[in-house]
Design a protein around this ligand. Structure first.
Ligand SMILES: [Fe+2]
Ligand SMILES: [Fe+2]
Length: 272
């Protein structure tokens, strides 16, 4: 039988509630003059305030029915995500000050947000559970491979590393909530559901990031095959972060998968 979700597998979730400089005076292409690397981080950051609010709501929905240890984890999860939302919103506002128009970026995320929020509570939880796996994989890469962030200004690096540490710490919470809520489901039904939500969520994440990057490129006056070839090479080339995430992404589809099968909490300790 598939395990039922075990809160004891998760390490302590520490709510750091950090704040970062609101007036950094960011250069337009702050990643060492690279519009691709800069737009990738900006595209992700633009999606977080709306996306993480959905994550919070979908997990918090099940708080009252969850067992006590899981309830405590849900509370910590909500507090961490709320701080991430606040800091990314502040960061995004700085991009606006730097000359970017956020309207189209918000519209890209809002469209999918509205659609997901029309689904059942467990489907919304499933969407969150899948994207929490993706964010944990991204977080792992951001901490494990310094190349992904080293071109960023120190305060930008600090914000992403703080976010990455907390994403790893709480990576099992939405999953364990799902395992608890679906405890009466058959093994086959759970696997089918997990597979479907991951395919749907991954496609939507890729789409929103690509649309956001497209908006930013357009505002930078960049268009055509050249910039997208660079983007593909940056994300899927030998040192690309998306390529590095692929083995972990595929792990999701194994029948007994649990986020803490990859115990990377020690990676956090160097940065926490
Ligand atoms: Fe987060
Ligand atoms: Fe998260």
């Amino acid at each position: 039988m598939e395990h039922q979700g075990n809160a004891k597998r998760s390490p302590t979730i520490t709510v750091r509630d950090q704040m970062f400089d609101r007036e950094q005076g960011l250069k337009r292409w702050y990643m060492a003059g690279d519009p691709v690397a800069t737009s990738f981080l900006n595209a992700l950051s633009a999606a977080f305030p709306i996306g993480e609010k959905l994550f919070i709501d979908s997990v918090r929905h099940f708080h009252d029915v969850a067992p006590r240890p899981l309830q405590a984890q849900i509370v910590a999860f909500v507090r961490q995500e709320a701080a991430h939302t606040r800091e990314h919103a502040a960061f995004n506002a700085q991009l606006e000050t730097g000359g970017y128009d956020p309207a189209d970026l918000n519209a890209n995320t809002s469209r999918d947000d509205k659609l997901i929020r029309r689904r059942s509570a467990i489907a919304q939880l499933g969407f969150t559970m899948a994207l929490e796996h993706c964010t944990a994989l991204l977080a792992h890469q951001f901490l494990a491979d310094p190349r992904h962030l080293e071109a960023a200004p120190a305060e930008v690096q600090a914000m992403w590393r703080w976010h990455a540490v907390e994403e790893i710490e709480h990576k099992g919470v939405a999953f364990d909530t799902f395992m608890f809520v679906s405890q009466d489901w058959s093994r086959a039904r759970r696997w089918t559901f997990r597979t479907a939500v991951m395919l749907d969520a991954s496609w939507r994440l890729l789409k929103v990031v690509a649309l956001n990057m497209n908006c930013l490129f357009a505002q930078d006056g960049l268009a055509g095959l050249g910039i997208w070839t660079r983007t593909l090479r940056y994300l899927m080339g030998p040192s690309g972060v998306v390529l590095a995430m692929m083995p972990g992404w595929l792990q999701w589809f194994t029948p007994n998968f649990h986020p803490w099968d990859e115990d990377d909490h020690q990676l956090c300790e160097a940065f926490a």
